[in-house]
Design a protein around this ligand. Sequence first.
Ligand code: NAD
Length: 474
Amino acid sequence: MTPSTHTVAGHWIGGETVTGSAGTLPVVNPATGEVVAETPAGTAADVDRAVAAARAAFPAWSATTPQHRADVLRRLGAGLAARTEEIAQAITAEMGSPIGMSRTAQVAFPAAVLESIAGLADDFAWTEEVGNSLIVREPIGVVGAITPWNYPLHQVMAKLAPALAAGCTVVLKPSELTPLTAYLLFDAVTEAGLPPGVLNLVSGTGPVVGEALAGHPDVDLVSFTGSTATGARIMRLAADRIARVALELGGKSANVILPDADLATAVKVGVGNALLNSGQTCTAWTRMLVHRDRYDEALHLIATAVAGYRLGDPFDPATRLGPLVSAAQAQRVRGHIDRAVADGARLVAGGPDAPVPARGHFVAPTVFADVHPDSALAQEEVFGPVLAVIPFADTDEAVAIANNSKYGLAGAVWSADTDAALAVARRLRTGAVDINGAPFNPLAPFGGYKQSGLGRELGVHGLAEFCELKAIQR
Ligand code: NAD
């Protein structure tokens, strides 16, 4: 079950390895193009079997106490901690994030999410009294979890931890680009003492395994993270049986820098946020909105900051930017860059001719200034290391530009006046806003307005997504 064996034996169903019958899918190191492993190409029959195992395990697991489930989650956390280095190496090999970032953001952060969800077991409102009613929160049932490749462990953990804490059973389909991380996690699952069938893993592609899971009549909730287009498809697949969906989708977040901000810090943090994970982050602040009075100064600071990002081998600790996840993703991102040039945006750094390593799917960090707020670069999610800088004349215009998006996932505001920043934050139509680089809070609800999604992950709000509500009148 580990990437050290070149071919992963099978799916993980009902507590056993189930050999795949439909061939394998290659896992490719995007920095070299080499195949690092093969995983089974699952089928609809594999999904049927996994859903049946999850359904069979549901009555007993849902009847355990929240404290028992929290104990299991903590044991899972210990198993993860023991595998930090192995998982970090696997993530760098399968999706190319720099090794230092794999150890911290990619592994340590989901471990903290797991711990935080386990800690909610005692305080969560499993029951409430409202007048003559007893309100009971019960596990929703069998969850189909479908996850992307950009933060392979975090995206899985943000679903598994609350699903298990709530008393649900799960069938996971990780991204076919990054399945090795999920297999390593499942080694720890067995050790944590989860009964067979509570967690199941079917490896395979979206069109085959993902569609079979999202459309399965015995899946009660489809919890999906990925692109908005796939999210819409999942909703349609779930609609015929009125199944619940929870969707974490794309973004085009605005970083609003007001004229009194500490510009050097705002630009440094803003560029770092946009380039994190080579821009493959759904919450990335990919539109930097700067007041006209400080625009030229900001562009100079941006160019200096971007020059400090070294592109290269993600296993080299000095590398700050690795490759994009695949040849197709790199090609898509280059297409966005070419289109921005054609649309008349001004190149400040990087661009189509900037040097990149000869081997691997690298794209140079690229910044465009004078980006029109309606242009494709300001409207479409690039999911690569590309920043659009847009000037504004006053706060109303900044808010209008920030909200001129079909997405509404995240954003940022910078100002010396925190009340003014808070007033702007409240006007942004997004699920999250960070003021002056405030730290991420794993207990805060995470999710989007508009086409960025439905529902919330993390903390008590994330746990509630995996519960049904029952009102008992007395
Ligand atoms: P994707 O939508 O192509 O794939 C995501 C998952 O869905 C994968 O496991 C894939 O196999 C599966 N899938 C693909 N087609 C499917 C189908 N027809 N039916 C069922 N499942 C299907 O997205 P991606 O390219 O893996 O990830 C990048 C996208 O994810 C970006 O748009 C990004 O913004 C978004 N994302 C959002 C969040 C968030 O929390 N909001 C987090 C990370 C990524």
